[in-house]
Design a protein around this ligand. Structure first.
Ligand SMILES: N[C@@H](CCC(=O)N[C@@H](CS)C(=O)NCC(=O)O)C(=O)O
Length: 210
């Protein structure tokens, strides 16, 4: 640990969508923090040094003044409750519940998209392999839900930006940035969201070759 009170552990390829979400949450708060990369390909998440810090031995893991926490949405909620500044979740209680629903859903469903369009297609290089029937079905479900969620707004999920916008955008960009078809409204939403400065800071990280 170093001089800062906040330390974020992310994957060494800067390709984890969950690490990205936690990173953007910290950047949005304008908080100084140190980053340590964990080489998942070498199973470094199971080495003693990290295992004592991370209950689940996964990235992202945040350490704040000796308290360590994994699970990206728990990290975002913790940061939002502890630190002032840019809100990460909507103020309205139902919108906040909906944002948490979106985060939980994106982390537990749409597995064919997550498998066939890993975030390597975003951060390294696209793939020419066509989507399977199961992935197309999952994409249609994603489009239907995203379109419903964005019916009132097209810029953000809710009145103001929130961290669930990052998670939804990553999921849409698995398809969009790979060149797979995405409805125009959702493509425009994801393209605009991707330009957010804190998102671009993650996108522009130096990455080791695959
Ligand atoms: N639901 C977790 C998912 C975290 C996760 O799957 N992390 C992956 C990298 S994308 C990981 O650490 N994998 C290594 C392992 O599970 O051993 C979150 O939102 O933080």
């Amino acid at each position: 640990m170093t001089h800062h009170e906040l330390h974020l552990f992310v994957d060494s390829q800067y390709a984890s969508p969950y690490a990205m979400s936690a990173y953007v949450a910290l950047r949005e708060k304008g908080l100084p923090f140190d980053i340590t990369t964990v080489d998942l390909a070498a199973n470094a998440q199971h080495e003693a040094g990290f295992a004592v810090l991370s209950l689940t031995q996964r990235v992202p893991t945040l350490v704040h003044n000796g308290f360590s926490l994994s699970e990206s949405s728990a990290i975002a909620e913790y940061i939002d409750e502890v630190f002032p500044g840019m809100p990460l979740y909507p103020a309205d209680v139902q919108s906040r519940a909906r944002a948490r629903q979106v985060q939980a859903w994106l982390r537990s469903d749409l597995m064919p998209i997550r498998q066939e369009r890993s975030t390597e297609v975003i951060f390294y290089r696209p793939t020419a392999t066509p989507l399977s029937a199961a992935a197309k079905t999952a994409a249609d479900k994603l489009f239907f839900i995203a379109d419903s969620l964005l019916s009132a707004h097209t810029e953000n999920l809710f009145d103001e930006w929130c961290i669930a916008d990052v998670d939804l955008t990553i999921m849409l960009n698995r398809l969009l940035l790979n060149g797979d078809p995405v409805p125009e409204k959702l493509a425009n939403y994801a393209t605009r969201q991707w330009l957010r400065p804190t998102v671009q800071q993650w996108v522009n990280q130096q990455r080791p070759p695959l």
